[in-house]
Each structure stands twice: as C-alpha cells, then as structure tokens.
Write a protein that binds this ligand. Structure first.
Ligand SMILES: [Zn+2]
Length: 325
C-alpha cells in the first residue's frame, strides 16, 4: 500500500496488488479533511489512516463512500464521530450487499475440513476466492457502519473555499455509484467507475449508463483520476474503460446471437489487449451483465456470488491461465 499526492490537497492510498477487494482510498486534505472510501478490512483501514496521517493534522471530519460494496466501506467504523456521506441507496443497500458475515462465513468454511470438501465439490470458485481473500485480508471484527448523511443527485462541500462536488452517477457499476470532483484541483475520484489495469467487476447497473458516466468524467476534464482500483491515471483511464466495455458488449452480442451461454461466450471471447490486466477471467461478469441487458432483465437483479466465482474459475481454466480474482 502506498501514499501518492495527486494535487495540492488531494492524495490517494493505493493497493498495488490490484486483486479483488484491493480498493483505493482518497483524501482531500482541507476543511477538516475528507476521506473517500475506507478499505476492505481493519488492517488495511488502519494502514491507510497511518499513511494519510503523515499529511493531515488529525482524523478527518468527513468520509464519503463512493458506493455500497464492502471493499469501499468496511473501514468506516474506524472514523468514529465523522460524518459519513453517500447516496441514499448506499445506506439502503449496504446492510444486504456489504454484510461482512457472508465473507466471514466463506473464509471460515474454507478453513474447516468438511465444509471445505463440500465447497470444493459444489463451488470450487468460491473456495478459490476464499483462499485468495485469506492471503490478502482479515475480515474479523468488521462492523457495518452506515452513512450518516445521504443525498440524491448532488452534494457540494465547501472545504475552506475549495468546492467538492459529489455527483450521483448510478446505477452504473453499482446502484449507489458516486464520483467526487474537485474542480479547482482538476481531480476526480472515480470510485469503481474506473478500474485501472484490472478487469472491472460490474454488479448492478447498465452498460449505457456506465459509458455515459465515463463520458461525463472525460467532459469534466480532470488532470488526475483516482480510480476505485488500480494506479492513478488521466482521462486515458476513462477512455480505456470505455473501449473495454464497448468491446465486451459487442463480443457478447455476437455470442448471444449464436445462442451461446454467458459462460461459453466468456471462454470464447478473446481477452485481446485486456489479457494483460489483472484478473482477466472476471470478463465473465461483464458478459453476464451484457446478457442480462439483452434479456431485458432488471439492472438491480441479484447475483449468486458462489456461481459467479465458479464461472470465473471455469473461464480461467478454459483459457489455461492461473485463476486470479
Ligand atoms: Zn471496489
């Protein structure tokens, strides 16, 4: 994990391993401080606080959650007394989408012989992701702390004369997606609208909206983008995400027309230049999302996590690569 200054008052903490749950955090170091996203577990959240602590005067007054996924909110409890700001749907959905017990139980199952054997037989992908997560994270002790302030379309903070715009852009990669724009410093904290050098994991939203939001980010003309995952970039990060999504949607359309399942399509579609990104087999999630749209299914239709991880493992095996989530 490393600290990077991206403008006069904006900083990022980056998880360089860039695998699942390696989310980034941001800091706007003015007006009492704003932290953006709080990491996947308490160990990483404490390390993030330590790194930001080298530049701030004291614990920040405000936290923003860019959306409801666990890897962006599980450190909230360490910011006692802070105002936690997010879109209204984040507060509504967090108890279900980011219930830490589901992940804690999965890790425990992978540790117990019988449960592990059962997982291996029924959901090998879930077992594989449990093993990877255990290498990187420690999910014990996490208590869900919900946003204390919610907003609808836009929320503006004034940090001693520096305006910070929270812009609701969901459902795009997830229902509660918000980007944070600091116009004066030409910085955008993009949350999971941008995955950089790793394959996006989109949950609930639409391709159309996602592409539209990437255009919005380009239109905002930032000098620096702090993505939700991966290294800091400029607008080329938004353009590459667009190209990836357009490529996968087009390839998925072709396979859908041939009557292939989403899983079969994912094994057939060439990774192309995106094979160099981390976790290329997560392609399955993006194909499945495209298929949901072709079938006119609701954007917020739930996901069966175990089956999704099984499919990612199956894609990696079919492509002859080591699975990475
Ligand atoms: Zn994330």
């Amino acid at each position: 994990m490393k600290l990077q200054q991206v403008s006069d008052n904006c900083f990022a903490v980056l998880n360089e391993k860039n695998r699942v749950c390696d989310a980034n955090s941001g800091l706007i170091n003015r007006g009492g401080g704003v932290v953006i996203d709080t990491q996947s577990d308490l160990f990483h959240a404490r390390r993030m606080i330590e790194l930001f602590g080298t530049v701030w005067r004291g614990m920040p007054k405000r936290v923003v959650n860019t959306h409801e996924d666990g890897d962006h909110v599980w450190g909230n409890q360490l910011f006692e007394g802070a105002e936690i700001i997010a879109h209204r749907t984040v507060k509504e959905r967090m108890p279900k989408v980011a219930d830490p017990r589901e992940t804690q139980q999965l890790i425990k199952a992978a540790d117990r012989f019988l449960a592990r054997m059962l997982l291996k037989a029924l959901h090998p992908g879930a077992l594989a992701i449990a093993r990877q997560l255990r290498e990187d994270f420690e999910f014990d002790g996490i208590k869900l702390v919900l946003p204390t302030t919610v907003f609808e379309e836009r929320h503006v903070l004034d940090l001693d004369g520096t305006e910070v715009h929270l812009i609701y852009v969901g459902p795009c990669h997830q229902v509660g997606d918000t980007i944070i724009h600091v116009p004066k410093e030409r910085v955008v904290f993009a949350g999971d609208i941008i995955f950089r050098e790793c394959t996006p994991m989109g949950w609930n939203g639409s391709y159309e909206k996602w592409l539209e939001v990437l255009d919005l980010i380009i239109w905002l003309d930032p000098e620096v983008i702090v993505p939700g995952h991966g290294p800091v970039c400029g607008i080329e990060g938004a353009m590459e995400m667009k190209a990836y999504l357009e490529y996968v949607r087009e390839e998925s359309m072709r396979c859908f027309g041939q009557g292939l399942s989403a899983l079969d399509a994912s094994t057939k579609i060439d990774f192309g230049p995106y094979g160099r990104w981390h976790s290329p087999a997560r392609l399955y999630m993006n194909v499945e999302r495209a298929y949901r749209e072709f079938r006119n299914e609701a954007a917020d239709a739930p996901w069966d996590h175990a089956k999704t991880f099984d499919a990612i493992l199956a894609v990696a095996k079919a492509k002859g690569i080591e699975v990475e989530f």
